[in-house]
Design a protein around this ligand. Sequence first.
Ligand code: BEZ
Ligand code: FE
Length: 288
Amino acid sequence: MSNNTEEQITQNVLDSMAQTPSPRLKQVMSSLISHLHAFIREVELTQEEWALGIQFLTRTGQMCDDKRQEFILLSDITGTTMLVDAINHRSPDGATESTIFGPFYREGAPELPTGATISQDDRGEPVVVTGRVLSTDGTPILDALLDIWETDENGLYEQQDPEQPDMNLRGKFRTDHEGRYCFVGIKPVSYAIPDDGPVGQLLRSLGRHPFRPAHIHLLISARGFAPVTTHLFVKGDSYLDSDAVFGTKDSLIVDFIRHDSEKDAARYHVTAPFYKVAYDFVLKPLDK
Ligand code: BEZ
Ligand code: FE
């Protein structure tokens, strides 16, 4: 244990954790140290690179406060968030796939009647989203809750933009006895994740852009079912193959079909041109 040579140091660190009371903490920390040391050996990390890494992590921490979580953003752009999500939300039984939650959810969005719009500022092109919430066996789920949020047409969530009304483009909707839901939003746009901090600098150093493909966020829950945090992505968006946070899933990419008839639009209390999306969500019963 006293001879901390290049050859022996990894085993010495592992041995130092032998008395860890929690078996899980011991497993996680032992694996972390083994992989960290293997990485350092593989790239032969220089003293300068080590210092740069420390400075980067320090700046990342300094950027964090109650509104900004730069460490989660770092996790997002390295695919870490989505890998953890994928491992913890496997859906082999046809349940709707989950994707990244993101930092822009707000609790307390207004609960709105079926068919209402979540837009309070009349900007953007309206989209009517309809479908059902079903159990994995195909049974409709009554009284499921869809909690929805999206950016305005300028690519900003309402809490990022003093020009937008409080809770703009956020709303909760419930399914009826046939599991049906309907809400009006706006056709989402692609937008940049916050890139004015160390994570943005890292993206630029890697020759990467900060954009996410256009999407609507949904958090869907129902009594007796596992909730799902998901998105609807716009088919044809140019960032689908290079989402800055690796959130895209094929099963969540949908057609936003354009309609130009004013008569059709009037049925949904919107103006033409508008878009329609049809999508059924599937939740997994908790006992399965
Ligand atoms: C979002 O989609 O809102 C988001 C996700 C990860 C990082 C930044 C934004
Ligand atoms: Fe988003």
